[in-house]
Unconditional design. Sequence first.
Length: 401
Amino acid sequence: MPASSSAGIFRYLKETTPGEIETGGPQIYRVTDGTLSQTTESSEDNELRADRGRGDTTLVSGSVNGPLSINWSHKTHDDFLQSLLASTYTEVGTDGVKTVSDMAFDGSAHTITSGTAALPSLEKGQWFQISGANTAANDGIYKVSDSVAPTTSTITLDTAVKDATTDAANSTTISSARLKQSNSALESYTIEREMADVSQFLTWKGVYVASLNLNYSVGDKLNGAFNFIGTETEEGPNTSSQFPGIGSEVAATTSGYFNTVTNTHVLLDGTAMGESCVESLTIDVQGNLRERRCLGGGLAASSLGADQFKISTQANIFFGTTASANLYKKKLADSALTFAVCLQDADGNGVAVTLPRGKISSAEITGGALGSDVMLNLSFDAVTSPDFSTMIIFDRLGSVA
C-alpha cells in the first residue's frame, strides 16, 4: 500500500500570470502536514420521473484550497509570506546584511553609535541582529526604541531586549530585513506534490496564499500553516521530478527550526512582561481572498479579489503584576497597545513579528482552583498604525546569501 511518509514532496514556482509558470527551477518546500485539494459542486437533476429516480447531476463549479503545515525556519517561507502580505522585504544591505567598521556600544545610554554615520537605515521598533563584535556579549538580537527615531549615527535601543556593555568593534555586521503588510498586486504560484511511491504527481495552478496561522507554545517549535486558494488542478504520472520544461529544482533550506525554549523575547507596549510572562500565543493573518466567477468562465474562479486584512492574536498570560493588570485596564478603557515577539534559532538567525497597534477584543482573568495559576486570557486585533501605515511587520534577522 502507498506510504504517506514518502509522498510528501512539495515544489512550487511563481507564475508570471495565473497558470503560467516562470522560467527557472522549482523550489522544494519543507512541510510537516497538509495538502491542497480540489473541491467540486454539482447541481442535481430535479426532473419528475415515474420511477422516482434521479436522472443525473451536473458539475457546475470547482476550486482548490487547503493548508500546508510548517515548522518555521530561516529563509524558507519568505516567498509565501511576501505573497500573503502583498509586499516585499526592505533589507539593510546586501542579502540583508551591512558591515560597520566603527560600531560602538554604550551600555548606560543603551545606544549603538558610528562616528562615520555608517549604521544602516532602520525604523522605530525594528528588530536587528549584531554579529562579530569584539566583545562577544554584544552579539545577539536588539530592538530599536519605539519612541526614539534611529539615525545612521545613533540607534537607541529598547532596554528590555538588550543592555549592552561599552565596547568598540571592527567589521561588525548588522542584519535585518523588514516586511510590512501592504497592497501590491497579488502573486500566484504553481504547486506540485510528488507521490514517489505510486509515481503520481498532483499539480495545482493559479494558487494564491490566503492566510497564515502561527502558534507559539512553551517548549515547542514555532509552527503554523499557510492556507491557499487556487483555480485548477491536474493529476497524472510523470517520469520527471521537475516541472515540465523547467530547470533543476532548488533544494530546500537546511536552516534549523525556530523554537520557544531559549532566546525568546515578548514585548507588550514595549516592555518585557517579567513574571507576567506569556504562556502561549497564536497569530492569525487573514488575507480575506474571495473568488470571482463569471458566466461561461468554466468550473474554476475567473479571478480572485482581496478584501480587508484581518489580523488577530490570542495570548495566555500569567496574571498578577502591574504590567498584566495594566493590560486588563486597557480593555476597559478601549486603549491601543503594541505587541512584538522575536525568536532566535541555533544558528543565531531570528524572526520577529510586530503588531504596532492593536485593540483588545476580549480579556478574561481565570483561576481560583487548587493547582491552577491566575491567568489573563487576552485577545486583540491589529489595526493600522498611523506611524507605519501597516497592521503587521515581520523582521527577518540573518543573511540570506
